[in-house]
Design a protein. Structure first.
Ligand code: ZN
Length: 202
C-alpha cells in the first residue's frame, strides 16, 4: 500500500467535497492532526473510521486503499484487451504449428526422394533394394503422422450449413478432399457434408 498516494487521494476527495481538514475531523469525531497525518502519508485511517470516511468522501474502501478512483469502464476495457490478446496468441500459436507441419512434410518428402534415388543408383535391383525403399517409406510416414497431428491441432473448421466450428479427426484430415483453406467434412453438429472453411480461432 502506497500511503503517500492514499494520503494525496484523501486530500483530493476532501477538497472535492468542499471540506476543510477541521470540518472532516469534526464529522469523524477525531482531531485535525489525525487528518493531516493521513494526508501527508504518515498514518493510515483506523479500520473503524475507514468506513465512515469512505461514506463521507463517497468512495469505496477499495478505492481508498488503492488511492484512486476505480473506473469500471476502464476495468472492462482492460479485460477486453486481455481477452483479445489471448485470442491473438492462440492464433499465432496455430499459425506456427501449421507452418511447422508444412516444413516437416517438405523436409521428409525431399529426404525420401533423395534416399530412394540413392538406393536405386547404388544398389542393384534386387530384393534388398526393395526392402530399403520400403524402410525409407515407413521412415517417412512417422514425421508425416507428427505433421498431421499439428494440422489437426491448428484451428477449426466452420460448417457452411450451421456455422458450427469443430475439429475433424485424424482420419478425415488424412483422407478427405481438401484445398488450402477448405476441406470436405461432415459437421459434428448438423451431420451435413459441406466444404468447411478453415478458421484459426473461434
Ligand atoms: Zn453443421
Amino acid at each position: 500500500m502506497d500511503q503517500i498516494k492514499i494520503g494525496k487521494f484523501i486530500a483530493e476527495c476532501r477538497k472535492k467535497k468542499n471540506l476543510t481538514q477541521a470540518q472532516l475531523a469534526e464529522k469523524l469525531n477525531i482531531t485535525n492532526r489525525a487528518i493531516s497525518k493521513w494526508e501527508t502519508g504518515k498514518a493510515m485511517p483506523d479500520s473503524n473510521i475507514m468506513f465512515d470516511l469512505c461514506d463521507i468522501l463517497e468512495i469505496t474502501v477499495n478505492e481508498l486503499l488503492s488511492g484512486e478512483i476505480i473506473d469500471m469502464e476502464q476495468k472492462e476495457e482492460q479485460l477486453n484487451d486481455l481477452i483479445f490478446q489471448m485470442a491473438q496468441n492462440e492464433e499465432r500459436y496455430h499459425k506456427r504449428l501449421r507452418h511447422s507441419a508444412y516444413v516437416i512434410i517438405a523436409t521428409s518428402l525431399s529426404a525420401l526422394i533423395c534416399l530412394i534415388t540413392l538406393i536405386s543408383l547404388l544398389i542393384p535391383e534386387c530384393g534388398f533394394q526393395y526392402f530399403l525403399i520400403i524402410v525409407s517409406i515407413i521412415l517417412f510416414i512417422i514425421p508425416c503422422i507428427i505433421a498431421l497431428k499439428f494440422k489437426v491441432e491448428t484451428g477449426y473448421y466452420e460448417c457452411k450449413n450451421c456455422q458450427h466450428m469443430f475439429v475433424p479427426n485424424y482420419k478425415e484430415i488424412a483422407l478427405l478432399m481438401q484445398t488450402p483453406t477448405r476441406r470436405l467434412l461432415k459437421c459434428t453438429k448438423c451431420g451435413k457434408w459441406t466444404w468447411c472453411e478453415k478458421v484459426l480461432k473461434k
